[in-house]
Design a protein around this ligand. Structure first.
Ligand code: GUN
Length: 299
């Protein structure tokens, strides 16, 4: 049976380090790291995510502000708020929760965030830095950054000689994940819905990252024996066995099958999920350190 990679424990570890380094920064006369989270509309899942981000920020000792805007907020008003947050010296990280309502151009909103406060790592400047291997100064998107920390716990920092397959090519996970694995010397394949013989491609992976958003799509016989499997998917599916109308969370990997074959695997929930939020705190802390002219902490 595979080693179960405990993302909750690693995420707690990261958050504890963030809390300690926040206290050190402030004790040394530096700024209190400030995180602004902006949400537009009433999507229930987004509300849950945003509330947990704000709560974790407070736990870390941050200055945490949340802007909850009505669904009919105009694009101009949202851009104005971002401009104000860009100029606010108490704020080191700005996160605009996606998706945004259809009448707002999400791309424009993201590119309006100052790159040095873009703790999501979605601004072209940060995307370009990651793509060119400028990892020392880039903000890396939180989910792939957290996934990478989990991989390092199992495989170490240098992944030379290993084949990595990332299933999914999104800008938020698949593409940045591939760039991180490449920077760590993996031989990287990005597979997606148009890939021919996906099971065979997946079976070549020493490190298999699933980020497709399709419940339990990746089966046990797609996994190479001993592989490290990182399941980024969080899918809610009906669970009639728990009672009428009940649901449960599953990943993009058929966990029970894959765990019999893999060397190490992340569970859902409790794998990548807790890492995303921990890395948001780490990125915000880094931004505050940089603003104080101090070298950014390494996670
Ligand atoms: N919505 C789902 N994932 C994310 C994320 O990582 N960042 C933001 N801003 N919105 C999201």
């Amino acid at each position: 049976m595979a080693e179960i990679i405990d993302g909750k424990a690693v995420g707690d570890d990261v958050a504890a380090t963030v809390k300690r380094l926040t206290a050190e920064l402030v004790a040394g006369g530096g700024p209190t790291p400030g995180l602004a989270v902006v949400i537009v509309g009433e999507d229930p899942a987004s509300q849950v995510y945003v509330a947990s981000k704000s709560k974790k920020a407070k736990e870390c000792g941050f200055h945490s502000v949340q802007h909850t805007l009505p669904a009919d907020t105009s694009q101009a008003d949202l851009l104005k708020l971002i401009g104000d947050l860009n100029a606010d010296t108490a704020i080191h990280g700005i996160l605009v929760q996606l998706p945004l309502p259809k009448h707002i151009d999400a791309g424009l909103v993201i590119q309006t965030i100052a790159p040095e406060k873009d703790v999501d790592g979605f601004h072209f400047i940060n995307v370009g830095k990651l793509g060119t291997g400028e990892l020392a100064t880039a903000f890396v998107p939180c989910t792939p950054a957290g996934s990478m920390l989990l991989i390092e716990r199992v495989r170490g920092r240098d992944l030379s000689g290993l084949n990595a397959v990332v299933v999914g090519r999104s800008n938020i996970v698949g593409k940045p994940m591939a760039n991180l694995l490449l920077a760590a010397n993996c031989t990287v394949t990005i597979a997606h819905s148009k890939t021919k013989d996906l099971p065979a491609v997946a079976r070549a992976a020493d490190i298999l990252v699933a980020a497709v958003g399709r419940p339990e799509m990746i089966r046990g016989d797609w996994v190479k024996p001993g592989a490290t499997v990182i399941d980024v998917g969080i899918n809610r599916i009906p669970a009639p066995e728990k009672g009428e109308g009940k649901t449960r969370l599953v990943g993009d990997v058929a966990y029970a099958e894959a765990a019999k074959v893999a060397g190490a695997i992340t569970p859902v929930p409790g794998g990548v999920g807790p890492m995303t939020i921990a890395m948001l705190m780490a990125n915000t802390l880094s931004s505050a350190y940089i603003s104080a002219g101090k070298p950014r902490p390494k996670f």
